[in-house]
Design a protein around this ligand. Structure first.
Ligand SMILES: NC(=O)c1ccc[n+]([C@@H]2O[C@H](COP(=O)([O-])OP(=O)(O)OC[C@H]3O[C@@H](n4cnc5c(N)ncnc54)[C@H](O)[C@@H]3O)[C@@H](O)[C@H]2O)c1
Ligand SMILES: O=c1ccn([C@@H]2O[C@H](COP(=O)(O)OP(=O)(O)O[C@H]3O[C@H](CO)[C@@H](O)[C@H](O)[C@H]3O)[C@@H](O)[C@H]2O)c(=O)[nH]1
Length: 329
């Protein structure tokens, strides 16, 4: 296949681009490098520097070649920031996606895979969440992703653009071959922050909220390895010959934030300095996936089910790349 990967210089997009290349596919990465890194674009992929907010440039990039599939990762993606800047998130995520989707329909693209999110499911949901469960985003970030899912429904009904909305839970880990890893700036995600605290690269970790209705009072999340996510993307494209699909994607296992600290301590053999902090607005107490749909329909099975195995690949990359993809600050 020839694939256009928006956001392919970012964490999840670069790993999926790498998996596509490893599978013998052709990849063009479209990215504005706003949060991604040129060095994260895998070897063998071509790169085009485009901001999806620029409708004309987006149209030109999509129209330049015939794509077997477009994979859309590019977005603003921080739950906490979206609670402070709701209109930025609602405007930018929907507008950039609209520019891309409109260009895809104009240039007769028939398959699109979209990075949706567990953040569609706010509130307290102690049980695993299935894709048919009621949508109630807990943040403007989650809402922006839902608006894009709805846009894709109409793009299919009116133009026949078939899409896979993949609602991932918490992406984590790194390429086990060490080619790619996670490098957000600033980093806000729990696993890389906890690893950096263990490695002495930051003074300590702040644990947001001690009074959630969970087994130890900290939030529960479902961590899914990026390579398992990549596998699901490739399988999802295979489903798009005759219909659109929506899948929840996670391991189905919930770990508390405190258990993440314990896992990093086990795997690294080092102590993690941490302290309590206020709850972070927008954080649901529990997010665990029921991924029965994607398993039954595509045969997908996560290979990294143990949190320690996910943490280990992330730790190895961060140890080997003390400055991530860049130079020391
Ligand atoms: N990381 C997670 O745990 C997680 C979970 C669920 C869903 N998602 C979704 O997956 C996608 C990727 O997340 P990530 O963690 O890899 O984020 P990331 O910030 O590492 O990657 C996003 C990439 O998109 C690019 N980008 C952003 N805006 C752009 C624009 N206007 N034009 C062109 N490129 C642009 C960035 O430069 C970056 O390379 C996002 O859509 C996110 O909402 C992520
Ligand atoms: O310094 C920190 C950072 C995070 N957390 C907590 O750790 C948990 C996980 O947070 P984080 O790693 O930031 O991920 P989420 O906020 O759960 O969001 C991720 O996972 C969502 C799907 O569940 C995606 O939609 C988002 O894009 C992605 O950033 C939450 O309870 C946070 O409050 C801390 O306690 N301290």
């Amino acid at each position: 296949m020839k694939c256009l990967v928006t956001g392919g210089a970012g964490f999840v997009g670069s790993h999926v681009a790498q998996a596509l290349l490893d599978g013998g596919h052709e990849v063009v990465v479209l990215d504005d490098l706003s949060t991604g890194h040129r060095a994260a674009v895998p070897q063998g992929a071509r790169f085009v520097h485009v901001d999806l907010a620029d409708a004309a440039a987006t149209d030109a990039a999509v129209g330049a070649e015939r794509w077997d599939a477009v994979l859309h990762f590019a977005a603003l993606s921080l739950v906490g920031v979206s609670m402070r800047e709701p209109f930025l998130y609602l405007r930018r995520n929907t507008m950039t996606a609209l520019n891309l989707i409109e260009a895809c329909t104009k240039h007769k693209v028939t398959k699109l895979v979209f990075s949706s999110t567990a953040a569609l499911f706010g509130g307290d949901r102690p049980d695993p969440i299935a894709s048919g469960d009621p949508i109630d985003p807990g943040s403007p970030y989650g809402e922006s992703k839902y608006l894009i899912e709805r846009t894709l429904v109409w793009a299919d009904r009116i133009f026949g653009l078939q899409s896979a909305c993949l609602r991932y839970f918490n992406a984590a880990g790194a390429d086990p071959k060490g080619r790619l890893g996670e490098d957000h700036r600033p980093e806000t995600h729990l696993i890389p922050l906890t690893i950096d605290a263990a490695l002495g690269r930051r003074p300590g970790l702040k644990l947001f909220g001690s009074d959630y209705p969970t087994r130890d009072g900290t939030c529960v999340r479902d961590y899914i390895h990026v390579m398992d996510l990549a596998d699901a993307h490739i399988r999802a494209i295979g489903e798009l010959d005759s219909r659109s699909v929506t899948y929840n994607l996670g391991n189905g296992l919930g770990f508390t934030n405190m258990e993440v600290i314990q896992s990093v301590e086990r795997v690294s053999g080092r102590r993690v300095p941490w302290e309590w902090a206020e709850r972070r607005p927008g954080d649901p107490a529990v997010l665990v996936a029921d991924s029965a749909g994607v398993r039954a329909e595509t045969g997908w099975m996560p290979r990294y089910q143990q949190l320690d195995d996910i943490v280990e690949t992330a730790l190895r990359w961060r140890e080997a790349h003390p400055h991530g993809y860049g130079e020391p600050a």
